[in-house]
Write a protein of this length. Structure first.
Length: 235
């Protein structure tokens, strides 16, 4: 008797690494793995093996899910979604408060690490730019300069080349520091007060009146002026 033909599952080479597993999962279960990350049902590897037996090695699936569920997009989805989803994209249980809080904690720790790394990279870039500036203006010999800066002489050229490239990518300084201010007004002032307030004394006041008085009442500060009767009495 002839041997039985192998089943289709036995003739297909299983996915043996995380990258191959990702591509095959997206092909077989697009409702769950084909779009934005969704919280995955618990015991998903058992469900995959039941639906697609022999298509994945255990190591390939374990490596894929370790990376997938640790991604920032998946952790964000875990903090926002109420439900988990099965292989067909249907709700399959709730996201527990414990898992949601663990995802928030991981995201917060990741943000802090990124901030620390960015600060470290910025400090290193500033140090290289300072090194380049000092090198271009220094009169020291190369060995003495490296000794002063505590830089191995064999690394100096690479550091200077990196600093030159970083300097070339800096935005150019503005040729007009005051651009954007209204013309004719220093320091961007836009008030409409008369210029005479800061010029010669009296400018900007009503003409014909000393000071700022504008009332029409008679000036009685020195008493009433003598009338005709007062003149006759003095005779």
């Amino acid at each position: 008797m002839s041997e039985a033909a192998p089943t289709p599952e036995a003739s297909i080479e299983p996915a043996r690494d995380a990258q191959a597993a990702a591509a095959l999962l997206k092909q077989l279960f697009p409702a769950l793995f084909g779009g934005a990350p969704k919280p995955i049902m618990l015991k998903v590897q058992q469900a995959i093996e039941a639906r697609a037996p022999g298509r994945f090695t255990k190591k390939a699936l374990s490596t894929f899910f370790a990376r997938y569920t640790g991604g920032t997009g998946y952790l964000l989805a875990l903090t926002k979604a109420e439900a988990r989803f099965d292989l067909d994209g249907q709700p399959a249980g709730e996201v527990s408060a414990e898992h949601r809080e663990a995802a928030r904690k991981l995201l917060a720790e990741r943000r802090e690490r990124l901030k620390a790394r960015d600060a470290e990279m910025l400090a290193a870039r500033r140090w290289r730019l300072d090194l380049l500036r000092d090198f271009e203006t220094s009169s020291l010999s190369r060995p003495n300069f490296c000794a002063l800066k505590k830089v191995p002489e064999a690394q100096l050229d690479a550091l200077l080349a990196q600093a030159r490239e970083e300097r070339s990518n800096l935005p150019p300084p503005s040729a007009h520091p005051g651009r954007g201010r209204p013309e004719g007004r220093p320091n961007g002032r836009t008030d409409a007060r008369p210029v005479g307030r800061t010029g010669s004394r009296g400018e900007g006041r009503p003409q014909g009146r000393p000071g700022a008085q504008t009332d029409a009442r008679p000036d009685t500060r020195h008493g009433p002026k003598p009338g005709p009767r007062a003149e006759r009495k003095s005779d």
